[in-house]
Each structure stands twice: as C-alpha cells, then as structure tokens.
Design a binder for this molecule. Sequence first.
Ligand code: ZN
Ligand code: ZN
Length: 113
Amino acid sequence: MADLLEMTCACGYRRRVRTGGLMRTWEEEAYWPFHCASCGVVEVNIQAPLACPDCGATAVSPYGKAPVSLHQDCDHAYVQAWDYKACRDGHLCPVCGQHDLKFSRDRYSIRAD
Ligand SMILES: [Zn+2]
Ligand SMILES: [Zn+2]
C-alpha cells in the first residue's frame, strides 16, 4: 500500500516521495505528492485537511491532475493511492517550471543511497 518513489527532472531536480500509507495507520496517515507554490513538491497527508506540511498553505495541487500534471491519460497509472493516481511523465517541476518531472521506482538506487 505504501510506496517510495523518486521524482526527477531533466534540469537535475530530484525529490523522494512516499505515497500511500501503512497497514496499521493508513486511516490517519497516507501520503501523496502535491505541489505547493512556495515549497515545491511536498508530501501531503490525504487523510487530513489538505495543507502543505512545510508552510501550511492550503492552496496545494495534487500531482496527477491539471494544472500541475499534463497528459494524464495513460492506460495504467504509474502511481496510485486511493483516488489519487498519476502517469509516469508530465509533472510540473518546481525548479525549471517545465512539465518534465517524472516518477521513477528505482528501488536499487534508493537502497544504495
Ligand atoms: Zn508550502
Ligand atoms: Zn526541472
């Protein structure tokens, strides 16, 4: 149910994100990547009122939907947690402002880090 991914962009930006929750606590705590205008990519608890965990802004947009994600019409979602889903590519990068951010699930590099 929980997943650890990395979002990477051609400009060099990368951010590790968790999605979903743990079996015992998912009703209180489950995460999905959101875009905050001030903080960039943040992990928001989707089981609580949506807000940026860093600055408290409530104007956060979930990845996987416009306007922060484009072309989300892939046949199979690359990432999913409850009603939230996203394709692999087409996500807004908070650094360069292009929709070049993509998810990757490279478990080996996460472990080696
Ligand atoms: Zn923020
Ligand atoms: Zn970028």
